[in-house]
Design a protein around this ligand. Structure first.
Ligand code: MG
Ligand code: MG
Length: 249
């Protein structure tokens, strides 16, 4: 069932997502060659707890860390490690926070030092694909308009949309109905209504969309080794369209 959130619930989700966005901003300031994703993870966990939140991913189905840190060809769910980041890497950082029983979830892909032109373009296209998705959010629109628009935008620029992972509803659980595919699916999907909250998260690869899982059971990387990027916001459906949660002052 897809739930509609009350104003009180939306306020708590705003708080949860504000923590997520503040933590991502503070991680961005620490990103440089030589830093390990495990160091970033420790900083994120402390920052979340300082702000009265709880890391939502830590222990989720056994996930061992606060952040998903996905470097270069890793699409999502990379586990923080002691391998230092290198100049020219791209790293997707996904952060989830629970605050007073409600969840926030956002991700973005960052550059480490100077990256290739190809990597920079992939980041730009993926970030814009999320904007394209937000433009499809309004009461009365169909859920599957989102995936159709994202896939068209990405394909027209020569890239692929990952299908093995999708966005999701979010609220008093990290993952709620509905699934939010980033690609064209049969049918229109549900009608969007004011009060729904969706975590919209296009995952884009520079090559094919085929996924290969590592032996750790979490790390999902591109089968062809191509670079991958991931941008996510938790978004409320309002009469005025999409409202990204966590941005309000
Ligand atoms: Mg996420
Ligand atoms: Mg998510």
């Amino acid at each position: 069932m897809v739930t509609l959130k009350t104003q009180e619930e939306l306020d708590l989700m705003e708080r949860a997502n504000r923590i997520v966005l503040e933590v991502l901003a503070s991680l961005e300031r620490r990103l440089r060659a030589g830093v390990t994703t495990r160091e970033l993870d420790a900083h994120a966990e402390a920052s979340i707890r300082e702000r009265g939140g709880r890391p939502a991913f830590l222990g989720y189905r056994g996930f061992p860390a606060t952040l998903c840190t996905s470097v270069n060809d890793v699409i999502v769910h990379g586990i923080p490690s002691d391998v230092p980041l290198e100049d020219g890497d791209i790293v997707s950082i996904d952060c989830g926070v629970e605050f007073s029983g409600y969840y926030g979830d956002a991700a973005r892909t960052y550059r480490v030092g100077a990256v290739s032109e190809q990597a920079a373009r992939l980041l730009e296209v993926t970030r814009r694909a999320l904007d394209v998705a937000l433009d499809c959010v309004a009461p009365g629109r169909s859920l599957h308009d989102i995936g159709r628009a994202v896939e068209r935008y990405v394909k027209d620029r020569g890239y692929s949309v990952v299908r093995d992972f999708v966005g999701h509803g979010i609220g008093s659980a990290l993952h709620e109905e509905p699934e939010v595919p980033n690609y064209r699916r049969r049918g229109r999907g549900i009608e969007l209504r004011s009060g729904m909250v969706l975590a919209i998260e296009p995952m884009v690869t520079a090559g094919s969309r085929a996924v290969k899982m590592d032996g750790d059971g979490w790390t999902a990387r591109t089968k062809d080794g191509s670079l991958s990027a991931h941008f996510e916001h938790s978004v409320a459906v309002t009469e005025a369209g999409a409202r990204v949660l966590g941005l309000a002052a």
